[in-house]
Design a protein around this ligand. Structure first.
Ligand SMILES: C[S@@+](CC[C@H](N)C(=O)[O-])C[C@H]1O[C@@H](n2cnc3c(N)ncnc32)[C@H](O)[C@@H]1O
Length: 224
């Protein structure tokens, strides 16, 4: 039986470790308890981005800029808009993005993802959505809101847009695979909402999807 842990250990032996600034940020994130994209999800994101080559990317959940920089480095022609609401992390992300030399291609919007998506839908003054909409979306913010995000994203994307939703299976107590009753009471709302999101979207003929257990669970959606 292949376990996820054994698989990850093997992958570490064949894929190079992060280098340069990303290696530094990985260390900072570990020391300061900043949740960043796991190695399995990084491999997937790099492969997918270089395969489909989106020109415009929207990210929900910047943290300290690790995944935004990773995406910018994977695609030297892409423009990225990234959203973060945690005030303490925003200046750190800005500094990291500038140090990576990709500040000309990454726009960091400050505030709640839901509010900012509404603003983008209404024609925000701060940022102009590409005319045809975003080609790629990385959803990595508030887990209880993924279904709401997708709803608000609909006018901002187009047929062929690919959305990658990270961390869809893991929870502080247990996992989305466990029954509602096995989850601690405080985590049940997120559990129920995530399950509802996965069920709704997989059954919706407007999308084609894939649910993978890589990392903490990656759900990929292509708009038909
Ligand atoms: C898992 S981290 C993002 C990690 C980042 N994508 C990376 O891999 O480097 C999630 C981030 O989403 C932010 N976040 C959570 N809820 C949010 C919201 N409602 N609006 C904007 N950002 C939010 C958190 O502050 C946190 O920094």
């Amino acid at each position: 039986m292949i376990t996820a842990e054994r698989f990850e250990t093997y992958c570490e032996t064949i894929y190079p470790a992060e280098a340069g600034l990303l290696a530094e940020l990985e260390g900072y994130a570990a020391e300061n308890d900043v949740p960043i994209i796991r190695p399995a999800a990084r491999r997937y994101l790099r492969w997918l981005l270089r395969t489909i080559r989106p020109k415009s990317i929207l990210e929900l959940g910047t943290a300290i800029g690790f995944s935004a920089i990773l995406m910018a480095e994977a695609l030297p022609d892409a423009g990225i808009v990234t959203i973060e609401n945690y005030e303490k992390r925003i200046p750190i992300a800005r500094e990291n993005i500038s140090r990576a030399g990709v500040d000309g291609r990454i726009t960091l919007l400050e505030g709640d993802a839901e509010d900012l998506l509404k603003q983008l839908n209404g024609g925000s003054q701060n940022y102009h959505v590409p005319k045809e909409g975003f080609d790629f979306v990385f959803i990595d913010a508030a887990k209880a809101q993924y279904e709401r995000y997708l709803e608000l994203l609909m006018p901002l994307i187009h047929p062929g847009t690919v959305l990658v939703c990270d961390n869809v299976l893991a929870q502080d107590s247990g996992s989305i695979l466990d029954s509602h009753y096995a989850i601690e009471r405080r985590d049940r709302t997120i559990h129920d909402r995530m399950r509802h999101f996965l069920k709704q979207v997989t059954a919706d003929e407007r999308y084609v999807t894939d649910l993978s257990m890589a990392g903490d669970g990656i759900f990929t959606i292509t708009v038909m």
